[in-house]
Design a binder for this molecule. Structure first.
Ligand code: FES
Length: 114
């Protein structure tokens, strides 16, 4: 395995996912904020859509990601690990933001409000 390139559409941001890192971890580590909840595949708030490339989808509850959605390319970013360079489509519900001064990213699992 190796690092892979992630393109975040429709914004066109390009980031890198390290080996074994989930899409969500890569986004947070790269200086962005997105909306997410449980980080365990159970709430569906981190759902994004794959446009191209391959991800290992990981654990997910059928209640939050239907087979139909999966066929359309949707995946849970807290679970999905890129296996190739990927292009992702974010929607308004993902609330992508560049990290600002009032938020400080502390570690892989915590975002603290200063
Ligand atoms: S954050 Fe809950 S499913 Fe990803």
């Amino acid at each position: 395995m190796k690092a892979h390139r992630l393109i975040l559409n429709p914004y066109g941001y390009e980031i890198e996912a390290r080996e074994g890192e989930t899409v969500l971890q890569a986004i947070l580590r790269s200086g962005f904020r997105v909306f997410y909840g449980c980080r365990g595949g159970g709430c569906g708030t981190c759902k994004m859509r794959l446009i191209s490339g391959v991800v290992e989808r990981g654990r997910c509850s059928r209640a939050v990601l239907s087979e139909e959605e999966e066929k359309q390319g949707y995946f849970l970013s807290c679970q999905a690990i890129p296996l190739s360079d990927v292009e992702i489509h974010l929607v308004a519900a993902n609330r992508l933001e560049k990290r600002s001064g009032i938020w400080h990213y502390v570690s892989d699992s915590e975002v603290h409000h200063k």
